[in-house]
Design a binder for this molecule. Structure first.
Ligand code: PGA
Length: 251
């Protein structure tokens, strides 16, 4: 089985650097005790902690097992973009991955497919690996058409090679834990949607995200058709996240 990818999307958590360091120390200690790690871990903290997490990863053992990811990227590499963080700034902090088009940005911050497309190009221009989030807001009768259109517009103007260099996170919005009444998708349901993604991006790595926790992580990670998981809320619940790492290591 190829190495699974675990993305920890900390979102706007935790509240302090001290808490961020506690999470990292716990992960470090846990990974140290593992004989065999058949997964890669990407930690995506809020921008404000990137520099410190980067230092931790470059100066500790954890850096041998974990990579650094950002949660967003500016449209352009420089210029008047108040409040934004550019691709060159991220690359300068040893950031290797960047989440693009997360549904919380698409729906709460009104990021259109066109904006997501420009950010995607910004990441690729700066040799950052994009983790591109796609997913329907509701599972209506025509949700697959919605997904196809979202993917076409998000990836517009990219060569097939550039498209395949991206990691895709299929995250149905209704399954994300911050959505009221959220329930995880079933592995079969997620597989069905991923087939739509595969039609357009046959070679890309495709992950599932949406209410992954220690109880359901195995159901998704053990499937050959899923390249990994994107974990939100559970990635900052330390004990739970360590259980997910144990599950990934035992696959
Ligand atoms: P969740 O979040 O695991 O808390 O549902 C996933 C995500 O939003 O990336």
């Amino acid at each position: 089985m190829s190495k699974k990818l675990l993305i920890a999307n900390w979102k706007m958590n935790p509240d302090s650097l001290a808490q961020a360091n506690q999470i990292l120390e716990a992960i470090d200690g846990h990974l140290e005790g593992m004989m065999y790690r058949n997964f890669s871990l990407v930690i995506c903290p809020p921008f404000i902690f990137l520099e410190e997490v980067s230092k931790t990863l470059t100066t500790s053992r954890l850096g041998q097992s974990a990579f650094l990811g950002a949660q967003d990227i500016a449209l352009e590499d420089s210029g008047g973009f108040t409040g934004e963080i550019s691709g060159p700034m991220l690359a300068g902090l040893n950031v290797r991955y960047v989440i693009i088009g997360h549904s919380e940005r698409r729906w709460k911050m009104n990021e259109s497919n066109e904006i997501v497309n420009i950010k995607l190009k910004s990441a690729l221009r700066n040799t950052l690996t994009p983790i591109v989030c796609v997913g329907e807001r509701e599972r209506t009768a025509d949700f697959k058409d919605f997904l196809r259109n979202q993917i076409k517009e998000t990836f517009a103007g990219l060569s097939q090679e550039e498209k395949e260099a991206c990691i895709i996170a299929y995250e149905p919005v209704w399954a994300i834990s911050t959505t009221p009444g959220a329930q995880p998708d079933s592995p079969e349901g997620a597989h069905d949607s991923m087939m739509v993604i595969r039609e357009l991006l046959p070679e890309a790595k495709i992950l599932y995200g949406g209410s992954i926790n220690a109880n359901n992580a195995h159901d998704f990670l053990s499937r050959a058709d899923m390249d990994g998981v994107l974990v939100g809320g559970a990635s900052v619940r330390t004990e739970e996240f360590l259980k997910i790492l144990t599950i990934a290591a035992a696959l």
